[in-house]
Ligand binder design. Structure first.
Ligand SMILES: [Ca+2]
Ligand SMILES: [Ca+2]
Ligand SMILES: [Ca+2]
Length: 278
């Protein structure tokens, strides 16, 4: 589940990854990540719903659970069967990470994508069942279930879901995150990952980062606050960049991700995930 901000670049990514070996590695990574996240949120119950949702062929078709779903992990949560959202990337509660708690702080506890636990296009009894199951289990992570942010998961949270049953969760225009990622991920408020081609030289990296005010050089002329990680095969180079405060204040993480992704030298940008939920 690579969060590629600039979908215009999907074509070039496809070209770079156009070998069977790379595709299969990518698929395996995506599949691992997906199933890790599914387990994090809902365990087998949610996985069942997600598999059912995967049976739908398009965003506007009805993701009705059926008994004949082929349980192929790679078919789960494709772009067409999950709402895409426009969010503001902001550590609203100041705890050092961005996650669904910040999104609820910014958009209100009743923000519909925050109640959409099976990440289809509506709030219904399936979402209610998922939170009821979590309450009954009495253990596990409190996010994304603690809707009212009182540090416990109980009927007060389920009541918020019940209040909105029947409402739909459409994709936003100009979206920048998927509903499942918004619910389940936590990410750094001041870092971003930039993927460039495998043949990118240090000098080019420096000028790219300087162009977007993303880093500084030390007295030896070396870039500071950048981790360079060369990907296997010909996939490219991942640069994890700490975003200087001034740059963040000027443009904000979401816009920066989009702007840098539009650069012709850049293959993709992503948020930098952290998993620090209690
Ligand atoms: Ca936060
Ligand atoms: Ca739902
Ligand atoms: Ca609660």
């Amino acid at each position: 589940m690579v969060n590629i901000m600039n979908r215009e670049h999907e074509h070039s990514i496809a070209q770079i990854e156009d070998t069977r070996a790379v595709s299969s590695m990518k698929e395996s990574l995506q599949s691992k990540r997906r199933w890790g996240l599914i387990a994090l949120v809902g365990g087998p119950v949610l996985a069942t719903f997600l598999l059912a949702a995967a049976a739908c062929d398009a965003q506007d078709s009805s993701p009705i659970p059926t008994a004949n779903v082929d349980p192929t992990p790679t078919s789960v949560l494709e772009p067409h069967n999950v709402p895409w959202l426009r969010i503001e990337d902001k550590d609203a509660n100041g705890d050092g990470q961005n996650d669904v708690r910040d999104l609820r702080e910014l958009n209100g506890q009743e923000w519909l994508p925050g109640l959409n636990f099976n990440v289809d296009f509506k709030i219904d009894e399936d979402d209610e069942t998922l939170i009821d199951d979590r309450i009954e289990a009495g253990a596990g992570s409190i996010q994304p279930w603690d809707i009212n942010d009182d540090r416990q998961v109980d009927d007060k949270d389920a009541a918020i879901v019940r209040k909105h049953i029947g409402e739909s969760v459409p994709s936003d225009p100009d979206s920048n995150i998927r509903n499942d990622e918004a619910l389940q991920s936590s990410w750094s408020p001041n870092q971003m990952l930039i993927r460039v081609g495998a043949d990118f030289k240090d000098k080019e990296i420096k000028s790219l980062l300087e162009k977007y005010s993303l880093s500084e050089v030390d007295e030896n002329g070396n870039l500071t606050n950048v981790d360079k990680h060369i990907l296997l095969g010909d996939l490219g180079i991942n640069l994890t960049v700490e975003i200087p405060e001034g740059t963040l204040a000027n443009i904000g993480l979401s816009k920066l991700l989009e702007e840098v992704a539009r650069d012709s030298e850049v293959i993709a940008t992503e948020r930098v995930n952290t998993f620090r939920w209690e």
